[in-house]
Design a binder for this molecule. Structure first.
Ligand code: NDP
Ligand code: GDR
Length: 361
């Protein structure tokens, strides 16, 4: 039985990847952070009681900022594959916590690689690094391929640039089987609630049911290449199953704006938004009620924005036989339906007199 170690197992990708690897028959180990509340919501359906003896999902407390603890876990698990998914992954938050972001996203990657080397696991352990389309930042060519020059535009992207290169350096210096997946945005019903797609689907569903008044957004014109997380974790695994390690762009090759995402989600709920005004005064009105349900809040503008990203996944298609399965429309539909069901639960609580809170972040 192969053993995999997933950092960031409690995150969106970690949850999908853990499920995928368990189905493949792996013994899956995951690193979770100590928190004051239970933080395993996304993997609770996979959870196994620690008192059970024949577990194939085992969680370890740890943190990417703590090298000794990472080395201890690596030594204990002796993994065949390490998937480094843990990160302070929010671009806007990285402007507020740049040092912590660098410590986790850049040095955390180094700590894991060095741990593998110190323990003499270079010939056993394969390493996947969660690299990102944010590396392209202020884009130098469109669409972006594995050869497109990088131009990071945030502390997050700069930290991930270090992680990208240190992964390649360990591959070249120590012959470690290490790969970068340069993944473009991927979403799902498990997406964190403050990323723009999930923020939109949650808020519009709640507005639709009268639980919230307005959705506040930043740059409506930002364009992204959005895929489904379920499709993308399969690629993370595939990259580690090849004869030689390499780096791959994972994307759909299709681009949409934040505004289009809003429009499609609204349409899924039976609304056709009317956009009025320009710049920070732009609003989206629901003609059925004449209420403003989308407005701009400049707090969501970033000091340096990534305006447009579009990936070219040809290499992954040719070398790994991969194509994304989920279309943009299906993705938006799936997320909207999921969040409508969540909002309906909250509506029931509200009607029964229980307090219901909005997190309008
Ligand atoms: P999430 O934000 O959903 O998950 C991040 C995970 O990292 C969580 O489990 C989080 O723990 C954990 N984590 C954060 N900081 C630390 C730390 N210091 N030590 C240990 N664990 C930590 O991200 P995604 O699942 O969306 O993304 C996975 C990876 O892929 C990330 O590295 C991200 O930067 C990268 N990426 C994501 C893309 C996307 O579109 N989703 C695209 C390209 C790259 P907790 O649950 O406790 O917060
Ligand atoms: P991104 O995702 O920065 O691409 O990083 P996010 O969903 O946060 O932003 C996408 C675009 O939408 C614009 N935007 C808003 N964003 C947020 N979060 N909130 C808003 O209210 C809002 N309004 C407009 C943003 O300005 C941006 O242009 C994600 C993360 O998962 C990273 O970890 C990953 O590396 C990249 O995708 C690829």
């Amino acid at each position: 039985m192969k053993k995999a170690l997933i950092t960031g197992i409690t995150g969106q990708d970690g949850a999908y990847l853990a499920e995928f690897l368990l189905e493949k028959g792996y013994e899956v180990h995951g690193i979770k952070r100590r928190a004051s509340l239970f933080n395993t919501d996304r993997i609770d359906h996979l959870y196994q009681d620690p008192h059970q003896t024949d577990r194939n999902l085992i969680l370890h407390y740890g943190d990417l900022t703590d090298a000794t603890n990472l080395i201890r876990i690596l030594q204990q698990v002796q993994p065949d594959e390490v998937y480094n998914l843990a990160a302070q992954s929010h671009v806007q938050v990285s402007f507020e916590s740049p040092e912590y972001t660098a410590d986790t996203d850049a040095l955390g990657t180094l700590r894991l690689l060095e741990g593998i080397r110190l323990l003499g696991l270079e010939n056993k352990t394969r390493f996947y690094q969660a690299s990102t389309s944010e590396l392209y930042g202020k884009v130098q060519e469109t669409p972006q391929t594995e050869k497109t020059p990088f131009y990071p535009r945030s502390p997050y992207a700069a930290a991930k640039l270090y992680a990208y290169w240190i992964t390649i350096n360990y591959r070249e210096a120590y012959n470690l089987y290490a790969c970068n997946g340069i993944l473009f945005n991927h979403e799902s019903p498990l997406r964190g609630e403050t990323f723009v797609t999930r923020k939109i689907t949650r808020a519009l569903c709640r507005i639709h049911l009268g639980l919230q008044d307005c959705l506040y957004l930043g740059n409506l014109n930002a364009k992204r290449d959005w895929g489904h997380a379920r499709d993308y974790v399969e690629m993370q695994w595939l990259m580690l199953q090849q004869e030689f390690p390499d780096d791959y762009v994972i994307a759909t090759g299709e681009q949409h704006s934040v505004r289009e995402f809003v429009d499609l989600c609204a349409a899924e709920l039976g609304m056709t938004l009317q956009w009025q005004g320009t710049g920070i005064d732009e609003i989206g009105i629901d003609p059925a009620t004449n209420k403003t349900i989308v407005a701009i809040d400049p707090r969501y503008f970033r000091p340096t924005e990534v305006d447009t990203l579009l990936g070219d996944p040809t290499k992954a298609h040719q070398n790994l036989g991969w194509t994304p399965k989920t279309s943009f429309n299906t993705l938006v539909k799936e997320m909207t339906r999921h969040d409508l069901a969540q909002a309906q639960k909250d509506q029931l609580c509200h009607q029964a007199g229980y307090p219901v809170f909005n997190h309008n972040e």
